[in-house]
Ligand binder design. Structure first.
Ligand code: PLP
Length: 428
């Protein structure tokens, strides 16, 4: 059976070159990078080469890179490493749980946290960040690109606000690094998170950029690894894989791979939007006025589109598509046995049913035009079949016909709202 993987925001397959670079470090190059003998020196050199490669991708010094066990650890290190008792933190409602739950944990411990809401395009307004500043604000944590919508945030603008206020700025760039240019000086951030497995590197390894001079308390104690910022014997094969993935990502961006990726994503999106009563969640055309020149061409990262198909259950669609060989996802999470719709889509104000009927398609370097054609062959028919079985869809359809007949068409966008008012219940 043919299988096409369009869930690259969850994880990306290792590039063959990355696997080749890692291979010796699982076998003959096994030394502990802290050992002073030949074996240790060999792996130490490999770790330091990778540090250079990651630094080159982000435009920083190698000494500012701290290797971690992934994006989650890097996010946690940024939040817990900077915040001190009595501090106030500003973050947003659309962050990844690695930031949100770290902030919630601090709140339980008595810290003050402001969660900036977003409008329906899924963009944080820098003016809201400025307004949220307090005398005790220590840290602003706003992600670079959202993992569910791909929407790029006005991070350079927020970086300026943070610098003017003398507040640390951390950005979770896990979904941006390798897909679009990410340069710490242009962002003006003090801390930035990277995860290897989102850029065709291995799972379980990441990095935190820590601007020189940033006061960062470690969250784990042990040896003096990573300049005492992160104790623990280095994951050498993983770090080598991250370094190679960073090198390949930089070369790809220089070649304009991001443009090619956007063309592929745009074809997929354009064709899927022919499906009746569907639409893109989040910013997708004109960039937000506050986005900088660098971000302006990228209101979203080029690999992601999040689309709602009115009247279907997203989980059912994911399962039905998987049976046909197509891997995609919803941003839904399972909590206490119930499927919770994506907190990101809910934060953007989507009605519950629309959030439940939304699917994320995310491409990777391995995807081809044929993969997109495969998706375009299976998604429309699967949506149609599920809709036939859906009482919600049949009701929406009848309402749509009624609205058209009375020339009072609210348009596809108004359908849910019209249904809500007709039934006397608000579907959100
Ligand atoms: N931040 C974002 C935006 C992510 O998308 C993810 C992973 O999905 C993470 C952090 C966590 O990274 P990791 O899986 O390396 O822990």
């Amino acid at each position: 059976m043919r299988r096409v993987y369009l869930d690259n925001n969850a994880t990306t397959p290792l590039l063959p070159e990355v696997l080749e670079a890692m291979r010796p470090y699982f076998a003959e190059r096994f030394g502990n990078a802290s050992s002073i003998h030949h074996h240790g020196q060999e792996t130490r050199a490999a770790v330091e080469r990778s540090r250079e490669s990651v630094a080159a991708l982000l435009g920083c010094r190698a000494s500012e890179i701290v290797f971690t066990s992934g994006g989650t650890e890097a996010d946690n290190l940024a939040v817990f490493g900077v915040a001190q008792a009595g501090d106030h933190i500003i973050t947003s409602t659309i962050e990844h749980h690695a930031v949100l739950n770290a902030c919630r944990h601090l709140e339980e411990k008595g810290f003050e946290v402001t969660y900036i809401p977003v409008e329906k395009r899924g963009v944080v307004d820098p003016a809201d960040v400025r307004r949220a500043l307090r005398p005790n604000t220590k840290l602003i944590c706003i992600m670079f690109a959202n993992n569910e919508t791909g929407v790029v945030q006005p991070v350079a603008e927020i970086g300026k606000i943070a610098a003017e206020a003398g507040v640390y700025f951390h950005t979770d760039a896990v979904q941006a690094v390798g897909k679009i240019p990410v340069h710490v000086e242009e962002i003006g951030c003090d801390l930035l998170t990277v995860s290897a497995h989102k850029l065709h590197g291995p799972q379980g390894v990441g990095a935190l950029y820590v601007r020189k001079g940033t006061e960062l308390e470690p969250v784990q104690y042990g040896g003096r690894h990573e300049r005492s910022r992160r104790a623990g014997t280095e994951n050498v094969p993983g770090i080598v894989g991250l370094g190679k993935a960073a090198e390949l990502a930089l070369a790809g961006l220089e070649r304009g791979d991001d443009q090619k990726m956007a063309e592929l994503r745009n074809r997929l999106e354009r064709e899927l939007l022919r499906i009746e009563v569907s639409g893109v969640n989040g910013a997708c055309e004109n960039p937000h006025p506050t986005q900088t020149a660098r971000c302006a061409g990228h209101p979203r990262v080029p690999n992601t589109t999040n689309i709602y198909f009115e009247g279907i259950d997203g989980e059912a669609l994911v399962i039905a598509l998987d049976l046909k060989g197509l891997a995609v996802s919803t941003g839904a999470a399972c909590s206490s046995g119930a499927i919770e719709p994506s907190h990101v889509l809910m934060a953007m104000g989507l009605p519950l049913e629309r959030a439940r009927g939304s699917i994320r398609f995310s491409l990777g370097k391995q995807n081809t035009v044929e993969d997109v054609e495969f998706a375009l062959a299976v998604v429309p028919e699967t949506v149609a079949r599920l809709r036939e079985l859906s009482p919600v869809w049949n009701e929406l359809r009848a309402l749509s016909r009624e609205l058209r007949a009375t020339k009072n068409a609210a348009g596809d966008n108004g359908l849910l709202e019209a249904r809500g008012s007709k039934l006397g219940n608000n579907s959100s």
